[in-house]
Design a protein around this ligand. Structure first.
Ligand SMILES: Cc1ncc(COP(=O)(O)O)c(C=O)c1O
Length: 425
């Protein structure tokens, strides 16, 4: 008897718990840590911008794994890349040269201001890398003993200890102290506050190593950066030698209508980070820098899975598809369609909606502070209408569909959100 039939025989009559549809939320919570507040919804399959739940109900997916599935679900190019690379070589150590990693790095450096790339697995890990690079640069290139990194209030940079410290939102830090030393915070889009802090911190001797900002604050409420502010920040960094690090994890990879969020601001960072859309849903992160601050040397930093052939092949396919299918143009056009539709809805609900803001296909419907309606209530009402959305704070409803979304799908989402707003209003 073969090993396979032995295993099959021994399993006869045994009901395996992980059978998809029969796995209830109660069973799930009995086994998985309850670190997430989940909606009572189990998604079973996806195609393009649509997903289906375990009762085969269809939803339009304007969450896209939170700005991650930029090519939607089951995109043929990704399916092909995943299966082909699995059959060729899926993982080897960074002890060896990895052609797919080199090709992805080449694509990224040819399509950005960066010269070099370090690959990892997530946005938080990419930001960790950037923080380490900034500290080493401060020590070795500027003689700073205790480097300090300035970040913005309402920012979000991840959930590791260093990145919750970088995140300027106390709710993510509560009960996890002691936090990492070496961080200070300023209001976003307020250059005077930033300049004053740098002057006071550097008064005796320089200690500010880097300024870390999102070009558009995603989790903090879909708040776009202001051009004048970022240009002043760039100038300040040029004058002082402080590194400018931009977190492109949510807004990068075409979501803003440009490949990188910083292109909307007319500046270039010294270092930037990417994840989410980079792999289109396959885990990969990247930290990219210009050559003048490329200070990490063998032994300084590493990641077992970082840049493996599988993740890099898929990410390269995502990058090439964005380019070949001219998806940035789609992002601009569909973004304008979505914003103008949401603005019309805002004028229909002046007591409920404060404003609509965003770039490309990252947009927020901002609810009035004094209204009793929360973003969660709107998200739940939209779900009942077959539209998946995600809050960005208690008063902002976020729209981050796949970048392949069609005009018809945007129109369908507008009809659904109109019904959802009527239901909650
Ligand atoms: C701007 C930004 N940075 C970093 C992160 C963390 O990324 P990850 O969850 O992949 O660690 C996120 C996640 O939402 C993000 O939006």
């Amino acid at each position: 008897m073969s090993l396979l039939s032995l295993v099959q025989n021994s399993l006869k009559g045994i009901k395996l718990p992980i059978s998809g549809a029969s796995f209830s939320p109660e069973q799930f919570d009995a086994h998985v840590m309850t670190t997430y507040g989940r909606f009572p919804l189990t998604l079973k399959r996806g195609q393009g911008c649509r997903v289906w739940d375990d009762r085969d109900r269809e939803y339009l997916d304007f969450v896209a794994g939170i700005a991650t599935c930029c090519l939607g679900h089951a995109h043929p190019a990704m399916v092909e890349a995943v299966s082909q690379q699995m059959q060729t070589l899926h993982h080897v150590s960074n002890l060896y040269y990895i052609a797919e990693q080199g090709q992805l790095a080449q694509w990224l450096t040819e399509h950005s201001c960066a010269d070099r790339v370090f690959f990892c697995n997530s946005g938080a890990e990419a930001n960790e890398g950037a923080i380490k690079l900034a500290r080493k640069y401060a020590h070795t290139e500027r003689g700073i003993d205790t480097p300090l990194i300035i970040t913005a209030n309402a920012s979000f940079h991840g959930r590791t200890l260093a990145t919750i410290t970088a995140t300027g939102q106390p709710k993510y830090q509560k009960n996890f102290d002691p936090l990492m030393p070496g961080f200070a915070y300023v209001p976003y889009n307020d250059f005077e506050a930033l300049k004053d802090l740098v002057i006071s911190l550097d008064a005796e001797k320089p200690q500010v190593a880097a300024i870390l900002l999102e070009p558009l604050q995603g989790e903090g409420g879909v708040r776009p950066g202001e051009v004048e502010y970022f240009q002043q920040v760039r100038q300040l960094c040029d004058q002082t030698g402080i590194l400018l690090i931009l977190d492109e994890v949510q807004v990068g990879m075409g979501r803003s209508g440009k490949l990188w969020g910083y292109e909307n601001l007319g500046i270039e960072p010294d270092v930037f980070t990417s994840a989410k859309g980079l792999g289109g849903g396959v885990p990969i992160g990247a930290m990219l820098c210009k050559s003048h601050c490329d200070v990490l040397k063998p032994g300084d930093h590493a990641s077992t899975f970082g840049g493996n052939p599988f993740a890099c092949k898929v990410a390269l396919t995502v990058c090439q598809t964005l380019e070949q299918d001219n998806l940035l143009e789609n992002v601009v056009q569909r973004g304008e369609q979505l914003r103008s539709g949401l603005e019309k809805l805002a004028s229909l609900h002046p007591d409920l909606i404060e404003t609509v803001r965003g770039w490309g296909l990252i947009n927020g419907l901002v609810l009035k502070d004094d209204s009793e309606i929360t973003s969660i209530a709107v998200v739940k009402a939209a779900m009942a209408e077959g539209l998946l959305l995600v809050p960005a704070g208690p008063k902002v409803v976020r729209f981050v569909p796949p970048l392949i979304v069609s005009a018809d799908e945007v129109q369908q989402a507008l009809v659904a959100i109109e019904k959802a707003l009527a239901a909650v209003a």
